[in-house]
Design a protein around this ligand. Structure first.
Ligand code: SF4
Ligand code: ZN
Length: 761
C-alpha cells in the first residue's frame, strides 16, 4: 500500500490520541472522574468503544483505559528507508483514531459542547431537536445532529433491509462550490442513499454549503449533518457499530464480527471532499477497517484491493478531471464510481418529471409559505382511488387531465382533485386494490417539492413554488404513478391508466364511486377474521439481520413493524412467489384461545432454524411471537399491576418497568421468545385478537401518551368494543407516572379493570 498514506494516517493517529489524552487530563482535573459522559438518546453508551471493547463508558474516569487502549494500538510513522507493507500498522492506527475521536466527543458532551451549536439552523424531523433541552432558538434547533437516536436507527433499519435504502454515504469536507455540494447530495438522494455530513476544509464545511443553498437537512430528508469537524465522523461509525449490535444480534466485544457485519451488510462509503489532512487520513483508515472505502475528489494516492474492503480501499477522482460539462454530471459520475467501489446494488426507476425524484424526498415538508397550490386539507377535497378493471378497458400509459389545471388558482390557493388509477393484469385481484392504492402516497411523495399526506378521500397534496416553477403540473402525477406501478408491481399489473380529475361534476361523480369502494373494502376487512381464512403468511424480510426471526401475519395480526398486513403479504407473494412472504397453511387448530396451529408451529420451526418450535398467536404469557428490532411498540407485563404496558418507539421517557424503550428493545428483539415481553405493530392493539388469550386490551394499564393521542379514535372504539368506554382514561401514561407505585395508585383511583381480572401468573 501507499507509504505516503500510511505515513500521514499514522502521524494523524498519533496526534489525535495525544490530543484526546491531553483533553482527558484536563477534564479529570476540571470535572473529576465521576462527571457523567453520555451520548444523547442511545442505550449503547459511546457505541464504538462499547462495541469494540465491551466497555460501557458513563463517566470521565472510564475514558482512562480507553485512551490506554488507543495508545497501545499506535505505531511510529514508517521509516524513510525501510519498506514494509504498512497496512496492518495503518489500520491499527485507524482504530486508535476512532477510540480517541469518540473519547473526545464524549468529553465534549460532558462540557455541553456537543451536539455542535449551529445558530440559525433547524433540522427537520429529528427527535433530538424536539427535546426541550435543544429548543433554544425560536422555532427550535440551533444545533447540528450529534449521534443518531436509537429510535431513528431502528426505523431506518427496516428500510436498509428491505432495500428501499441501499446504504449510507459519509461526505467529509467541503465541495468545490455550493452547486457541486448540492449536486452531490441530490445525486445520492436520487438513489435513496442516506447522506451523512461532516468535516471542513479551511473552516468551511459542506454543511455550510448546503445550509446556504437552503437544502433541508434532517432525518426526514435523509441528510444528517453531524458536525463541522472531522471528529464528527465517529457518529456515523457509531451508527454502523450499533447496526451490528441491534440488527446483527452481535454482542459488544465481538469486534471482528462487528467489522465483518459492516463489510458485508452495511453498504457505506466515504467521499472526501477537498484537501485531505493527516486526521482525515487517520479517520479514513478507521473507516476502512469497517470495510468502507474512501473516494476522494482530489489527487491522492490510491489503495487497491487487499481484502479489507470489497474492492479498492481508496480511490482518487479529482473533480476537475471528471470528464463532464456540468456539476450535476460530475456529481453523477463520482457517485456512480463510489457505488461501484462499494459494490452497492441500486435500482432507480426513471420517472419523467421536471423535479428530482427518489424516496429520499418522501419526508419532505412543503410549508404554507413555500406552497404554490394544495389539494385537500381545509379548503378543498382530494381523493385517490385505485381500481381493477377488465383488460380491454385500460389503455396502457393513457394519462388524462380532466378539467382545468392550477394555473388560474392564486398562489397559495387550493383546488379539488381526484386521482383515479385503473389497472388491469392477469394476476390482479380485487383484494390487492387497497394494497396498491396505499402506494400512491409513497410514489407521489418521492417527487421533490411535492408533499402527500393521508389517503382515500382525506388525501392532501401540496405542490411547492419551486416545483411549479420547474414546470411540475397535474399530468406529472399520472407520469409518476404510471412509471412506479409498472416498475414496482409489474408482476401483477400489466396495464395502467390514470385520470386526474378537477372538473367539478366528474369530481363529485368519481368521489361517490370511490366512497362506495372504500365502504366495500371496510366491510371486507371487518369480515376478514383469522377464523375466516385457512392461510396465514410469513414475513422473513428481517432475517437478513435477525436470522431466526419470522413474523406470522394473520388477518388480525399485522407484522410487528406495522408495514405489512395480511393483504400486503398476499399481494407480495403473488408478486414474488419465492420472496419473503410465504403462505402458511394453518393446519389443525390445537387451541383456539391461545392460537396454536400445527401449520404455524411447523413453519416457524423451520424458519427459525429450530430455535422456536411453538408459537401462540394470541398470548404474551406463553410462547409469544419473536421479534427482530423493528417493532413499533413493546408490550410488557407489569406483574404488580396484573396487566401490561405498551411503550411506543416515539416515547423516550422512563416506564414503570424501570427501563426506556431503547433498553426494553434489547430484551424484546433478537428472535428469542421472552414470555411477558413482545414487540408488536401498533395497529395490533386495536385487533380483537390482541392478547386475547390473556384478557385482551383490558390488560393495558399504561401506554405511551403518543399512542393515546395519535390513535385516539381507534382506541376509543376498542374501549367501546371491550365494554368499557372510559377505559382509555383509566390507562396511565408517562405524564401520569413512570414507576410502579405511581401506577398502582392511579389504577386504584380510576378503578382499572386489570386489578380485578384473573391473575396473569
Ligand atoms: Fe420484518 Fe416482520 Fe416487518 Fe417482515 S413483517 S419486515 S419480518 S418486522
Ligand atoms: Zn424487523
Amino acid at each position: 500500500m501507499s507509504r505516503y498514506i500510511a505515513t500521514r494516517a499514522i502521524r494523524g493517529a498519533n496526534a489525535i490520541v495525544a490530543e484526546a489524552e491531553a483533553l482527558l487530563q484536563k477534564a479529570l482535573a476540571e470535572k473529576g472522574p465521576d462527571a457523567p459522559v453520555a451520548f444523547t438518546n442511545t442505550a449503547y453508551y459511546l457505541p464504538v468503544i462499547y462495541g469494540m471493547m465491551a466497555y460501557p463508558v458513563t463517566k470521565i474516569g472510564d475514558l482512562v483505559p480507553v485512551i490506554e487502549k488507543a495508545k497501545s494500538l499506535l505505531h511510529p510513522p514508517p521509516d524513510e528507508n525501510w519498506w514494509v507493507p504498512y497496512l496492518g500498522e495503518t489500520l491499527d492506527c485507524g482504530m486508535a483514531t476512532l477510540l480517541a475521536e469518540e473519547a473526545i466527543e464524549g468529553i465534549r458532551f460532558a462540557y455541553g459542547e456537543q451536539p455542535e451549536r449551529y445558530p440559525g439552523f433547524r433540522m427537520t424531523g429529528s427527535a433530538s431537536f424536539t427535546s426541550p433541552e435543544f429548543e433554544t432558538e425560536e422555532g427550535g434547533g440551533g444545533y447540528l445532529n450529534g449521534p443518531i437516536d436509537d429510535i431513528q436507527l431502528r426505523s431506518w433499519g427496516i428500510q436498509l433491509v428491505d432495500g428501499r435504502m441501499p446504504g449510507f454515504a459519509a461526505l467529509l469536507g467541503a465541495a468545490r462550490t455550493n452547486q457541486a455540494a448540492v449536486a452531490l447530495v441530490r445525486e445520492l438522494q436520487r438513489r435513496n442513499i442516506l447522506v451523512f455530513l461532516m468535516g471542513n476544509v479551511n473552516g468551511r464545511s459542506i454543511i455550510d454549503q448546503l445550509h446556504e443553498e437552503g437544502v433541508e437537512m434532517g432525518y426526514d430528508t435523509y441528510i444528517v449533518p453531524f458536525g463541522r469537524d472531522t471528529i464528527a465522523t465517529i457518529y456515523p461509525l457509531g451508527f454502523a457499530t450499533r447496526s451490528a449490535l441491534t440488527f446483527g444480534g452481535l454482542k459488544p466485544g465481538q469486534w471482528r464480527e462487528i467489522l465483518l457485519y459492516n463489510k458485508y451488510r452495511v453498504f457505506a462509503f466515504a467521499i472526501a471532499l477537498g484537501e485531505v489532512d493527516d486526521l482525515k487520513y487517520a479517520t479514513a483508515a478507521g473507516a476502512i477497517c469497517y470495510g468502507f472505502p474512501v473516494i476522494a475528489d482530489t489527487v491522492i494516492p490510491q489503495i487497491l484491493p487487499t481484502g479489507v474492503t470489497r474492492y479498492e480501499h481508496v480511490i482518487s477522482m479529482p473533480w476537475e478531471e471528471i470528464d463532464a460539462p456540468t456539476d450535476e454530471e460530475k456529481a453523477a459520475r463520482l457517485v456512480q464510481k463510489a457505488i461501484e467501489v462499494r459494490g452497492v446494488k441500486v435500482k432507480i426507476t426513471e420517472v419523467p418529471i421536471p423535479v428530482p425524484y427518489g424516496s429520499a424526498f418522501e419526508g419532505e415538508v412543503v410549508r404554507k409559505a413555500d406552497m404554490r397550490v394544495e389539494f385537500g386539507g381545509r379548503a378543498s377535497r382530494a381523493f385517490e382511488y385505485l381500481r381493477m378493471v377488465p383488460m380491454e378497458q385500460v389503455e396502457d400509459g393513457k394519462i388524462e387531465v380532466i378539467g382545468p389545471g392550477f394555473e388560474d388558482v392564486p398562489v397559495g390557493g387550493a383546488m379539488d382533485l381526484g386521482i383515479v388509477v385503473e389497472v388491469a393484469g392477469r394476476k390482479m385481484q380485487e383484494d390487492f386494490e387497497p394494497v396498491l392504492e396505499r402506494q400512491i402516497h409513497y410514489f407521489i411523495n418521492g417527487a421533490s417539492g411535492i408533499q402527500h399526506i393521508g389517503q382515500r378521500d382525506i388525501a392532501w397534496i401540496r405542490i411547492s413554488k419551486t416545483a411549479a416553477e420547474k414546470g411540475f403540473n397535474l399530468r406529472h402525477f399520472g407520469d409518476i404513478l404510471y412509471a412506479r406501478f409498472h416498475a414496482d408491481f409489474g408482476a401483477i399489473v400489466d396495464k395502467v391508466q390514470v385520470k386526474i380529475i378537477t372538473d367539478p361534476a366528474l369530481h363529485a361523480e368519481w368521489l361517490a364511486k370511490a366512497r362506495e369502494a372504500y365502504d366495500r373494502r371496510n366491510r371486507r376487512l371487518a369480515d376478514l377474521v383469522d377464523e375466516a381464512v385457512d392461510t396465514f403468511y410469513s414475513c422473513v424480510l428481517c432475517q437478513s439481520f435477525a436470522p431466526t426471526h419470522c413474523c406470522v401475519i394473520s388477518p388480525q395480526r399485522l407484522g410487528l413493524c406495522g408495514a405489512y398486513n395480511w393483504l400486503d403479504c398476499k399481494a407480495s407473494y403473488e408478486i414474488n412467489p419465492t420472496g419473503p412472504n410465504q403462505p402458511i397453511a394453518k393446519g389443525q387448530c390445537l387451541d383456539s384461545v391461545k392460537g396454536y396451529f400445527t401449520g404455524v408451529n411447523e413453519y416457524v420451526r423451520v424458519a427459525s432454524q429450530g430455535k422456536v418450535d411453538t408459537v401462540a398467536m394470541y398470548s404474551i404469557m406463553e410462547n409469544p411471537m419473536t421479534a427482530c428490532g423493528c417493532f413499533e411498540c413493546i408490550v410488557m407485563v407489569i406483574p404488580e399491576a396484573n396487566g401490561v404496558m405498551v411503550v411506543s418507539r416515539e416515547d423516550p421517557s422512563m416506564t414503570p418497568a424501570g427501563m426506556t424503550f431503547s433498553t426494553l428493545a434489547g430484551m424484546a428483539g433478537g428472535g428469542l421468545q421472552t414470555p411477558g415481553v413482545m414487540g408488536v405493530g401498533k395497529y395490533y392493539l386495536t385487533s380483537p385478537k390482541f392478547l386475547s388469550a390473556d384478557g385482551g386490551f383490558r390488560r393495558v394499564v399504561w401506554m405511551s401518551s403518543f399512542l393515546k393521542q395519535t390513535m385516539a379514535e381507534e382506541l376509543k372504539a376498542v374501549c367501546e368494543r371491550e365494554g368499557d368506554p372510559d377505559l382509555l382514561d383509566k390507562i396511565a401514561d408517562e405524564t401520569i407516572c413512570t414507576d410502579v407505585e405511581g401506577l398502582l395508585a392511579y389504577l386504584e383511583e380510576k378503578g382499572h379493570p386489570a386489578l380485578t381480572m384473573p391473575p396473569l401468573f
